[in-house]
Every structure is written in structure tokens, then in C-alpha cells.
Ligand binder design. Structure first.
Ligand code: SAM
Length: 350
């Protein structure tokens, strides 16, 4: 414990470790070490952001996807998935509801749906920016070309979320078919950064074939990439995928990694993800208490929420947006934090 505790303290001081050191921390973690990491993480978060927890209004625009990721319930080969796509007007309605409730960031997320051409997405972004000039627009629409990202940035998109999923090329190939490669994922992240997007990356915890070494590589990549945001959540199996019978990832390990990420980068925007909240009672609160400072309430139309089923038993919220936000506010307040509804821009790295 003591040499591992020393490594966690070293991370807090130097903000970097070797892959081997990250691996050692993960392998030798204990409840005491996790409590120590949580304490450091909360102190770092308090210094950077006080007690603020930022909300991002999540709009799941389409569950059509041309990809066949082995873990994902909306993969193209899942014939049992009931497909939907929001129209531009549907998206504007969701945005209006989110705006009326105080959200100043909209996240448009979806499968890689070819219907969402650059022109269509750019028009939607243009409209949103025109109606809500005080809002940030975040996209999470998967891998696209440099030219495409350029067009979306020109149209006014501010941020882009694209998890790297796993930093090991060998492991990436265990999770994806041959037409998808880590190299291209990293190319996308680099293009997005070059174009001036605030970039969010991240990874799943507990995917098949993942060991402490792969997770250590994930932490090292985040340390080097320095994204504005990092989304991590447990892998949760979906019944109609090749990984249907694989065990789900651990909430405990996810929270421990949230603490390490916060210690590594006090200014990082770190969501407490739906996947964590779906596998663990009070998972959202546990994520915040481990160091997370962002939540992304689902503001998609009711009729679509259950269709964006990327894993089994996903919590999709049965309340309308106003009730959802009110109950989030209460839950967050109960653990000593406050929801703030401003844009929640990333702070300059400490
Ligand atoms: N198509 C976009 C992309 O690839 O970034 C956004 C949609 S994708 C469904 C969003 C994220 O869901 C992925 O980055 C992945 O980490 C996560 N995800 C997919 N299937 C999952 C599963 N079975 N368990 C946990 N997370 C999953």
C-alpha cells in the first residue's frame, strides 16, 4: 500500500507517471487507497471548480450506425434494433426545452448515420447558433474526415466528443471489426484539436480482453493528449452483440479511475456517465464523489430514449426534462454540490 500510495501522491505532484506506475496503482488498489485518491481528487476539483457540477443537455439524434463495434447495441448488424432518426425540427424542440431549463450546452450524439451529411449537420448547427448564441454546441457523431470536421467547425460547433475506447491497437482490434482502427480514431482526435474544437476523449472500463496494462495505457494517453473532457464508463453487455455473455465492467474501478484522472488533471471536465449510473445504485453520486464534475441528462424525445439502447438496462429517464433536472438538482445538492447551468467551458490547465 505505501509504495502505491506514494505513486498516487507523486501523480498529484507531478501530474504524470509511467505506464508501469499507472499499472501498479491499478493492480494494487485497495479501499484505503481509493479513499485516499478520492480525497485528493475532491480537493483538486474544489480548487479548480468549487462545488459546481455542469450539465450538458444530451440529444440522441439517431441510432442508425454504419459501424459494427462488437460491444455496441446500435451496431449495424443488430437487426432487432428499432431504428429512429430525429428531424431538424425534433432537434430544435429538444434544444428549446433544454434552453428553457437553463442548459447552455447541447450535445448532439448519435451513431455514424450517413443521413447526417456535413450540409445537414452544418445547417442544424447554424440554426442552433442563431437561436441560442450564448450556447455551446457539442457534437458526438463519430469518425469523419478532416474536411467534414472543418465544415462542422466553420458552421459553429464548439466541442467534439470521441472516445478513443482503448489506447492499445491490439485491444482495439478485439473490440472492433477490421475496417475500424485506433490509428484513424487518433487521427480524428488530432484533426479535431487542430481545428480548434474543445475535444473530449475517453474509454470504457472492463471491456473484454482489457487488463490493468490497457487501462494504464489509457491513462497515459489522456495524460499526453490533454483533452478538455474525458468520458469513462463501465462496459455493459448488450444482449444482441457478440459480447452478450461477457461480464460487465466494475463501478468500483470506474470510480477509482475517475479519481486518478482528476488528480492527473484538476481542470479536466469529467462526466459521471449514464453507464455508471445504470449499473450501480447512486452511481451518479459516486462518480461525482470520486472526482467527476459533469452530468449529461438525456433530453431526447421520450419515444426515442429506449431505442438508443447501446447496452442492456440503460437508465434512460422516465421523467420529462424539467422533472429530471429538478431531481438531479436535489440529488447533487444532497451530496454537497450544486448544478450550474452555464456553458461550463474548460478551464485552462492548472
Ligand atoms: N458514434 C459516436 C462515437 O462512436 O463516438 C457516438 C455514439 S457511441 C454509441 C458513444 C459511446 O458509447 C462510445 O464511445 C462507447 O464508449 C459507448 N458504448 C457503446 N457501447 C457500450 C457498451 N456496451 N457499454 C458501455 N459503453 C458503450
Amino acid at each position: 500500500m505505501s509504495s502505491t500510495r506514494y505513486l498516487v501522491d507523486k501523480l498529484a505532484e507531478e501530474r504524470r507517471l509511467s505506464v508501469e506506475q499507472y499499472e501498479q496503482i491499478i493492480l494494487n488498489r485497495s479501499p484505503e487507497l481509493a479513499a485516499h485518491a478520492r480525497e485528493l481528487a475532491c480537493a483538486q476539483r474544489k480548487a479548480a471548480y468549487g462545488t459546481s457540477v455542469f450539465i450538458r443537455g444530451l440529444i440522441e439524434v439517431s441510432n442508425y450506425c454504419k459501424n459494427d463495434c462488437y460491444y455496441c447495441g446500435i451496431r449495424k448488424s443488430n437487426a432487432s434494433c428499432s431504428r429512429y432518426r430525429l428531424s431538424a425540427d425534433d432537434i430544435f424542440d429538444c434544444a428549446q426545452t433544454a434552453y428553457d431549463l437553463g442548459c447552455r450546452t447541447f450535445v448532439l450524439q448519435g451513431g455514424e448515420d450517413p443521413w447526417f451529411t456535413d450540409q445537414r449537420v452544418a445547417e442544424i448547427i447554424g440554426q442552433l447558433k442563431h437561436r441560442y448564441p450564448d450556447c455551446a454546441i457539442t457534437l458526438s457523431l463519430g469518425e469523419r474526415s478532416f474536411e467534414s470536421y472543418h465544415a462542422l467547425r466553420q458552421a459553429g460547433a464548439d466541442r467534439y466528443l470521441l472516445r478513443h475506447e482503448t489506447a492499445s491497437a491490439r485491444h482495439y482490434q478485439m473490440l472492433h471489426p477490421a475496417d475500424l482502427a485506433l490509428q484513424n480514431r487518433l487521427r480524428c482526435l488530432s484533426d479535431l484539436r487542430d481545428l480548434g474544437f474543445a475535444v473530449g476523449s475517453g474509454f470504457m472500463v472492463g471491456t473484454p480482453g482489457q487488463t490493468a496494462y490497457e487501462l494504464a495505457c489509457d491513462l497515459k494517453l489522456i495524460e499526453e493528449l490533454q483533452p478538455a473532457m474525458c468520458g469513462i464508463g463501465p462496459f455493459v453487455p448488450h444482449h444482441a452483440t457478440p459480447f452478450a455473455n461477457e461480464p460487465q465492467g466494475s463501478a468500483e474501478l470506474t470510480c477509482f479511475l475517475l479519481s486518478l484522472l482528476r488528480i492527473m488533471r484538476p481542470s479536466l471536465l469529467l462526466p459521471s456517465t449514464t453507464a455508471l449510473n445504470s449499473i450501480q445504485t447512486a452511481g451518479m453520486e459516486q462518480g461525482i464523489l470520486a472526482g467527476a464534475n459533469v452530468i449529461m441528462p438525456n433530453l431526447s424525445p421520450f419515444s426515442c430514449r429506449s431505442k438508443y439502447e447501446i447496452y442492456d438496462n440503460k437508465v434512460f429517464g422516465i421523467e420529462d426534462a424539467a422533472a429530471q433536472l429538478e431531481s438531479l438538482r436535489k440529488r447533487i445538492r444532497a451530496i454537497g454540490y450544486e448544478i450550474v447551468t452555464d456553458r461550463g467551458d474548460p478551464q485552462a490547465p492548472a
